[in-house]
Design a protein around this ligand. Structure first.
Ligand SMILES: *Cc1c(COP(=O)(O)O)cnc(C)c1O
Length: 403
């Protein structure tokens, strides 16, 4: 490495902005749902890079397209369009309610675009006072100042000075709370159909349907942040497809590029037409390298084999979790949709998620939490039954060492 001394976990504390406290081991290689660290120790990956690596690590078809496109064209800017972006946009449109697509590089950027679009549409089509955004407690939409302000977790949003104005938060799954604040000055209602970071909480179908009615009544755009719940994660291409409801805008990121950074905002032709050249932009968004990878990921994820396999794996994982719970009585609610599963820790284990993650790592399992009280499982959508069984065995060992 250019004569630099080898790096280890201690290096992190000396060179990185201290906004994370990463695990003690350093992964260096991955294949499917297995990962190896610097010492060659093997891990089963139930984290999937936080719901990103939906087809596992180094999927051969994705490695192939990355190499092929890597020798053709990486980046050309949006002053010129490119074939992979147009092909990917066409695929997303054909598979969803949407008619127009905007590409960016991260979930936060796709949401930033969605919120700006919702405001701009309402201001230009209705009134300059139609700017209120209704969002939900425990919601998560990214870390830019606008998106973190729409998110419903003050611990992430506070401490950075004045926030974008006119954002109001109400309890999730509480339709009456929305009814009480929605009005003709509201431009958007924003939610995750399954709250991910905030604790793995699915929206109730009646709540989603009620939101659609309220939005129609007040000419409000219904925005679904599907950054985590989209691209097959819940067993449908997008999770809005589980409900009998069509949103006005959705955003997707995480699994869209299976680890190559790319995100998208999808909407209708009418809403999109509020924007004109220059209203919004991005340097990298929709570059050919990212879109080429996403095209192949999309083609693999959007197949009955992969989508239908999600439900099967969900049931398998939940069965294992129930078995563990029978022995150790550690979980309260086990919830979620598809391969976005949360296991709530009950007293006296509340607040111990981080300890369990550490013990899991010791036992060769990569796992996530959602806050201090919920273990979160977001593995590859094509993780094998054997890998699920092995990972659950390691989780049980970890829990056995905790209790
Ligand atoms: C991860 C996430 C984001 C933020 O995505 P970044 O790529 O980190 O900007 C936004 N919304 C939801 C629902 C997410 O899970």
């Amino acid at each position: 490495m250019k004569g630099h001394a080898a790096v280890d976990r201690n290096t992190y504390d000396h060179v990185m902005l201290p906004i994370y406290s990463p695990a003690q081991f350093i992964p260096v290689r991955g294949q499917g749902s297995r990962v190896w660290d610097q010492q060659g120790k093997e891990y089963i990956d139930f984290a999937g890079g936080i719901a990103v690596v939906a087809l596992g690590h180094c999927h051969p078809a994705l490695v192939d397209v990355l190499k092929q496109q890597g020798e053709k064209l990486w980046h050309i800017s949006n002053i010129f369009t490119n074939e992979p972006a147009l092909i990917l946009a066409r695929k997303l449109i054909d598979a969803t309610f949407a008619e127009r697509v905007f590409f960016a590089n991260s979930g936060a950027e796709a949401n930033e675009a969605a919120f700006k679009l919702a405001r701009h549409y309402a201001i230009t089509r209705h009134s300059p006072y139609k700017t209120k955004i209704i969002a939900f407690h425990q919601g998560f939409h990214g870390r830019t100042l606008f998106t973190v302000s729409v998110g419903g977790q003050p611990k992430y949003a506070d401490g950075f000075g004045p926030k974008p104005a006119d954002i109001i938060h109400v309890p999730f799954n509480d339709l009456n709370a929305v009814k009480a604040v929605i009005d003709d000055h509201t431009c958007a209602v924003v939610l995750e159909p399954v709250q991910g970071e905030g604790g793995v909480t699915p929206a109730a179908p009646a709540f989603i349907r009620g939101l659609r009615e309220l939005c129609d009544k007040h000419q409000v755009l219904l925005v679904f942040d599907e950054v985590q719940s989209g691209m097959g994660r819940t067993g449908k291409l997008f999770s809005y497809m589980h409900y009998d409801v069509t949103p006005d805008i959705i955003t997707t990121a995480k699994a869209l590029g299976n680890g190559f950074p790319i995100s998208a905002m999808l909407t209708t032709e009418n809403i999109a037409s509020a924007m004109t050249p220059g209203t919004h932009g991005t340097t990298y968004g929709g570059n050919p390298l990212a879109c080429a990878v996403a095209n192949v990921a999309f083609d693999i994820i959007n197949t009955p084999t992969v989508l239908e396999g999600v439900e099967k794996r969900h049931n398998l994982m939940v069965n294992f979790l129930n078995d563990i719970n029978q022995k150790y009585s550690i979980f309260g609610e086990i919830r979620g949709k598809g391969l976005l599963i949360g296991a709530e820790l009950k007293a006296p284990y509340q607040g111990k998620a981080k300890d369990i993650l550490q013990l899991a790592a010791d036992n060769g399992l990569m796992l996530l939490s959602a806050g201090g009280d919920v273990l979160r499982f977001t593995p590859s959508l094509i993780i094998s039954e054997e890998e699920i069984a092995q990972g659950m065995e390691r989780l049980e060992q970890a829990i056995n060492q905790l209790v």
